[in-house]
Design a binder for this molecule. Structure first.
Ligand SMILES: Cc1cc2nc3c(=O)[nH]c(=O)nc-3n(C[C@H](O)[C@H](O)[C@H](O)COP(=O)(O)OP(=O)(O)OC[C@H]3O[C@@H](n4cnc5c(N)ncnc54)[C@H](O)[C@@H]3O)c2cc1C
Length: 497
């Protein structure tokens, strides 16, 4: 396994030879000893197999370093202890939720503590009167949905990983999902946070009255509006664990939806025509709550695995959902069908049979794990303006052909957020190199079309170079300045983002 980049002077980067390895071992030993003294029993993980498993996320192509230890925190106070100790001893803290990330964001760096928040999983409060809930960071997305549903409420953000991924991970990556097209992404639902942070320093010392490493700050609010001060919650959402460790989240909720949604499915002879339908739907001002794309290879991978009775009789399927009720919903559904037909669909079907539709949406959610069965998946997450979806889909095919690769695509197509997936035969180094070259070309094409290198998975380790090609140099410099101001010792998830 290659080593992840180490930052902040916290690891073994550049160390060579037995002496330096010995020094790293000694540092790790001292760190474990101090953690052991500070934390209750059962929190610290040093078993090499367990530690290796918690040292990487689901981005199988991203490098991971060697952690000194893992800590399974059970309280905010324990998180504080870990951050204080790591800051004091010069070790990095890599926060971790469920490890379903697809960019290497939760991957260990050498000598770090992997801080696992999954056991802080309580729904602390559900406030029906004010349409909000307060949860610990390790609460799983679907568990939060189920808890608030008992009160007739709904937490919309629905990454396809919702059965496993945590709210802390969703916040740190600003996760999107299927219904985010209509209802917005995680950021739109985070009212407030508690986080264990670092501290602004002046001339290398913590300034009087300033927060210090291990302090807890409360950011944001419980009201639906509020503009007192800078939007610190907005800054933390999507910061990939680089500004601090989120220990509690106050989430905005909506009333549960009423009625049965309509589903519109269109089958297309090629990907580009499916992309044309997406552009048409946007141009015509139609408002589906979900607009997802699956290509034939994805359908086949799911069918081979789950036998849901899916027929991969087209090059691509578009799955749309309309949750508006009554005549307006029916008109919207007809409008979607017309847009798909006009874009060249082979067939279009409308349905209010939820069971039938659910098999297709299940296939969409299972597409990624179905591909993982075929080998380590290199996952793109480009997002382009919606009018450019056909052009991006054409580029995916062109790049695949140029590199002799099969690139399959699933997409939150209505958002312009495409996930080309690349799997190469195990041990085929040439194919692996071609895949990596194709990955970078896809990023460049997205940038050239006015898009971004990551719509929802985050930069992590896989898109660091792409992000640098995308962003204005001034914007990059400001980001570095913010990170340095909030984490001058480079403790929080260094080398990511
Ligand atoms: C099958 C599958 C489907 C997916 N579908 C989607 C999708 O539709 N939309 C989408 O956006 N993503 C999707 N993902 C990616 C992934 O699920 C999301 O990025 C998710 O938000 C990660 O949550 P996690 O709990 O697994 O976090 P992890 O992977 O453990 O961590 C993700 C990042 O968050 C940081 N972090 C975690 N917890 C905290 C915390 N408490 N404080 C500070 N930082 C923290 C980590 O350091 C890391 O940088 C999918 C992944 C899989 C495997």
């Amino acid at each position: 396994m290659k080593s992840a980049q180490t930052a902040g002077g916290t690891g073994q980067a550049g160390e060579a030879g037995a002496g330096q390895a010995g020094a790293a071992e000694a540092r790790a030993g001292r760190l474990i000893e101090v953690l052991n003294r500070a934390l209750p029993g059962g929190r610290i993980i040093t078993d090499p197999g367990v530690l290796a498993a918690m040292s990487h996320d689901d981005a199988e192509w991203a490098p991971a370093g060697r952690a000194a230890a893992g800590v399974r925190a059970r309280s905010e106070a324990e998180v504080q202890q870990v951050v204080r100790i790591c800051a004091e001893l010069g070790a990095a803290v890599v926060p971790r939720g469920a490890g379903t990330g697809l960019s290497g964001g939760a991957n260990a760096v050498d000598g770090c503590v992997v801080l696992d928040l999954a056991r802080m999983d309580q729904v602390v409060e559900i406030d029906r009167d004010n349409l909000l809930c307060v949860v610990q960071p390790g609460a799983v997305n679907n568990d939060v949905k189920a808890a608030v549903a008992e009160y007739g409420l709904w937490y919309p953000p629905d990454p396809a990983s919702a059965p496993w991924s945590t709210i802390g991970g969703n916040v740190a990556t600003n996760a999107g999902g299927l219904c985010c097209l209509k209802y917005g992404v995680t950021r739109d639902y985070v009212l407030g946070l508690r986080a264990v942070v670092g501290g602004p320093m002046v001339d290398g010392a913590v300034a009087d009255g300033a927060v210090a490493y291990g302090d807890v700050v409360r950011l944001g609010r419980r009201t639906t509006k509020g503009v007192a001060g800078l939007d610190m919650v907005g800054l933390f959402v999507g910061s990939e664990g680089t500004l601090g460790v989120v220990t509690e989240v106050t989430l905005r909720l909506r009333p549960a939806l009423a009625g049965t949604p309509r589903t519109v499915v269109g089958a297309f002879p090629d990907l580009v025509r499916a992309g044309e339908a997406v552009s048409q739907i946007t141009r015509r001002g139609l408002g589906p709550s979900v607009l997802e794309l699956l290509d034939r290879a994805c359908l086949t991978a799911v069918e081979d695995w789950k036998h849901l009775g899916l027929e991969a009789d087209a090059a691509a399927l578009l799955l749309a959902r309309v949750d508006t009720q009554g005549d307006y919903g029916a008109a919207e559904s007809d409008g979607l069908a017309a847009a798909m037909t006009d874009a060249g669909a082979l067939w279009v079907a409308q349905s209010t049979d939820d069971a039938e539709a659910e098999a297709l949406f299940e296939a969409r959610r299972l597409a990624y794990p179905a591909f993982e069965r075929l080998g380590p998946v290199l996952t793109e997450d480009v997002c382009v303006p919606r009018s450019k979806v056909p052009a991006m889909l054409a580029q995916i095919e062109a790049i695949a052909a140029r590199h002799g690769l099969q690139i399959s695509t699933i997409a939150h197509a209505g958002d312009g957020n495409l996930h080309p997936l690349i799997v190469t035969p195990p041990g085929d180094d040439a194919a692996r190199a071609a895949a990596q070259a194709a990955f970078e070309e896809l990023l460049d094409e997205a940038i050239a079309l006015g898009g971004t290198v990551t719509g929802e998975h985050g930069v992590g380790l896989l898109k660091r170079e792409g992000m640098r090609r995308e962003l204005d140099p001034g914007s990059l410099a400001l980001q570095q300045a913010v990170r340095h101001a909030l984490d001058p010792r480079g403790v929080f998830n260094p080398g990511k983002g």
